[in-house]
Write a protein that binds this ligand. Structure first.
Ligand SMILES: Nc1ncnc2c1ncn2[C@@H]1O[C@H](COP(=O)(O)OP(=O)(O)OP(=O)(O)O)[C@@H](O)[C@H]1O
Ligand SMILES: [Mg+2]
Length: 283
């Protein structure tokens, strides 16, 4: 891994790096006051694969995602994007990298006063100089991926929860990102709509080669989409590999999580809140 490359998109990436992961976290540490949240997380995310991150509430999943897009800076360790060390970059240099990374955050609210089309168009207006006709084509392309063509003129209040998630996903992919981060994409959806979102996650990887990083508590969903699964416990990677590897893991904490067994000692440091109050709603 080198840090001397000057561009995130990095067209001149040396062949030797071609097989290296698109994102790598190295010995990542983060604390808030006296609370250690990430305690030496090392993880690689392979291009065009889906990695699922699981773990109890408060174990640091959302904090980890925020390091991947530079919304939080580590106290120690490093974050690499496409071979470039990014955790110390200035905000200005983060700009183009963030356009490469789509986000579907835990509280991915749409703008209530904007139509579906305007919501999806928002990142195009913010980050591109495309013409109105070009923007319209990109909006249609993104809505087609999520099966929401025909809903352009609806307001979010006129959509179901599952449809709103789909539109939020269209907004997350409208800049054609290489990586999409999902924080609890199926929370609050019925099993059929959850399966629909899982289908979209799989479709993005298969048809567009997107690298998916999915944080979820939903084991059915995790097993359906994961090429690789990671179990985060108390700020550390407790297990990783295929879903079958996790199921065979002998760490009792991993087994407890997979079987839904509550253990008060394992709950240390978790927060009871199901939602992250400061998840940014970054369109
Ligand atoms: N900006 C912050 N300032 C202080 N503490 C924070 C901040 N962000 C997160 N934390 C704390 O870090 C810990 C991990 O939070 P995180 O949001 O990553 O949990 P999580 O694993 O995503 O949980 P959940 O499954 O409930 O979303 C929590 O105890 C939380 O209170
Ligand atoms: Mg979270």
């Amino acid at each position: 891994m080198t840090s001397g490359v000057d561009t995130a998109r990095n067209p001149s990436r040396p062949a030797a790096l071609a097989a290296s992961p698109i994102i790598r976290l190295e010995a990542l540490e983060k604390r808030f006051g006296s609370q250690v949240v990430l305690d030496g997380v090392t993880l690689s995310f392979e291009e065009a694969k889906t990695t699922v991150i699981m773990g109890p509430s408060g174990c640091g999943k959302s904090v980890m995602l925020k390091h991947i897009i530079g919304l939080l800076r580590p106290d120690a360790g490093a974050v690499y994007y496409d071979g470039l060390r990014v955790d110390r970059l200035s905000e200005r240099r983060w700009g183009p990298i963030r356009q490469d990374i789509g986000l579907l955050f835990q509280m991915s609210a749409l703008f209530d006063s904007m139509t579906v089309a305007e919501n999806v168009e928002f990142p195009l207006r913010e980050h591109t100089s495309l013409t109105a006709a070009q923007r319209d084509r990109r909006i249609a392309e993104a809505l087609e991926v999520v099966d929401m063509l025909g809903f352009e003129q609806r307001l979010p209040a006129q959509l179901s929860g599952g449809q709103r998630k789909r539109v939020a996903l269209a907004r997350a992919i409208v800049l054609r990102p290489r990586v999409v981060l999902y924080d609890e994409p199926t929370t609050g959806l019925d099993p059929i709509r959850a399966a629909g979102i899982d289908g979209l996650i799989l479709k993005l990887r298969r048809t567009l080669g997107v690298t998916n990083i999915v944080v979820t508590h939903d084991l059915t969903s995790a097993e359906r989409v994961a090429d690789t699964a990671v179990m985060l416990l108390q700020g550390r990677v407790a297990a990783q590999g295929s879903f079958a590897t996790l199921r065979a893991c002998t760490d009792p904490r991993v087994q407890h999580f997979l079987r839904g067994v509550y253990d008060r000692d394992e709950d240390r440091g978790s927060d009871e809140s199901p939602q992250d109050p400061d998840s940014p709603d970054r369109p």
